[in-house]
Ligand binder design. Structure first.
Ligand code: AVJ
Length: 316
């Protein structure tokens, strides 16, 4: 698995840094060091999404439960489960309500799955947890064939990293593998006061900057490159007219670097950008349209008290 990922990284870096408009995918933020930095981001007071979703799942899981009308045993299937601290809030309430379900977290890391199982079992003794290691769609395909109803969880707001067409494609793929009546609970960050959003990404501690700069460190270490990391800066911007936070690395001078793994020299003009991330903020109109186009109906939006974030519940 490591090898496959590694090759994708190499290929994508080559493609992204030779493109006319340079780009690197935010999916490469999350190596061990990047995951550590992301944990720091989630603890910053400026980064509201994590606290908002924690609030929603702590306080509204009973209301969510009331909108699930599976009468038989069902599965709760989670994509990209992370450490499970938010999901635990929901599972706890569902267990208290006497729901009969199996919790199936899906992750590409066996290690992450083992840790999650340990952790969940300690907190929730009666939880039936059956982690799956592998690709979302392989597991999805297998599960829908059993005919057991499913509630899918796609939390954290990760859908915001996809451009509209790619988000739609992903949701359509989910939909194609689901049975009629299956449900999806998805975290989506909402449009709000632009200043609140800008501060969450352009944070005063420089943690989001370090998160972005980590991509350069990864290229140096994994692709044996000689990037002068301090000759790049971080810039991000929120556009309230389209709900997009876009993040970039900025070359501070005309420069180049070489990677022996890629056997390539990459050239940068002064002030040239590398686009690193889209974090899309949604309006309710956009959520409705996205659901409809992907073949879902919006059942309800569960929001934090400030209405910053929604866990939107959809049914196929
Ligand atoms: C994990 C994709 C939801 O876009 O808000 C945090 C990642 N990037 N700060 C987001 C992130 C900069 C985060 N997601």
């Amino acid at each position: 698995m490591k090898v496959a990922l590694y090759n994708h990284f190499a290929q994508d870096v080559h493609e992204g840094l030779t493109a006319r408009e340079k780009h690197l995918s935010s999916k490469y933020f999350y190596d061990d060091e990047g995951s550590r930095i992301f944990m720091q981001i989630m603890q910053m007071p400026e980064y509201y999404p994590t606290a908002c979703e924690f609030e929603i799942l702590s306080q509204q899981s009973q209301a969510i439960f009331n909108r699930i009308d599976f009468i038989q045993k069902f599965n709760i299937v989670e994509f990209g489960s992370g450490d499970g601290s938010k999901t635990k809030q929901l599972l706890k309430v569902f267990l208290e309500k006497g729901a009969d379900f199996t919790y199936i977290p899906i992750d590409i890391s066996q290690e992450a799955n083992d840790a999650l199982k340990q952790n969940m079992k300690l907190a929730l003794h009666n939880l039936d947890i059956q982690p799956r290691t592998g690709d979302y769609f392989d597991v999805l395909n297998e599960l829908s064939a059993t005919g057991v109803p499913n509630l899918f969880l796609f939390l954290g707001g990760n859908i915001g990293n996809y451009k509209r067409e790619a988000a739609l494609e992903l949701l359509k793929k989910f939909n194609a593998d689901m049975n009629k009546g299956d449900m999806l609970l998805m975290g989506m960050d909402l449009q709000k006061n632009p200043r609140t959003i800008r501060t969450a990404y352009d944070d005063p501690h420089g943690i989001t900057k370090a998160f972005n700069m980590n991509l350069l460190r990864r290229i140096n270490s994994e692709l044996d490159a000689d990037i002068q990391i301090d000759q790049f800066d971080f810039y991000c911007d929120y556009n309230p007219q389209n709900g997009e936070v876009n993040s970039y690395l900025v070359s501070l001078k005309k420069q180049h670097f070489h990677s022996t793994v890629l056997n390539t020299t990459f050239y940068f003009e002064k002030d040239e950008l590398i686009w690193t991330e889209l974090s899309k903020k949604y309006s309710f109109t956009e959520i409705e349209a996205l659901a409809k186009e992907a073949g879902f109906k919006v059942v309800n939006n569960f929001m934090d008290c400030r209405h910053f974030f929604t866990d939107t519940l959809w049914v196929k």
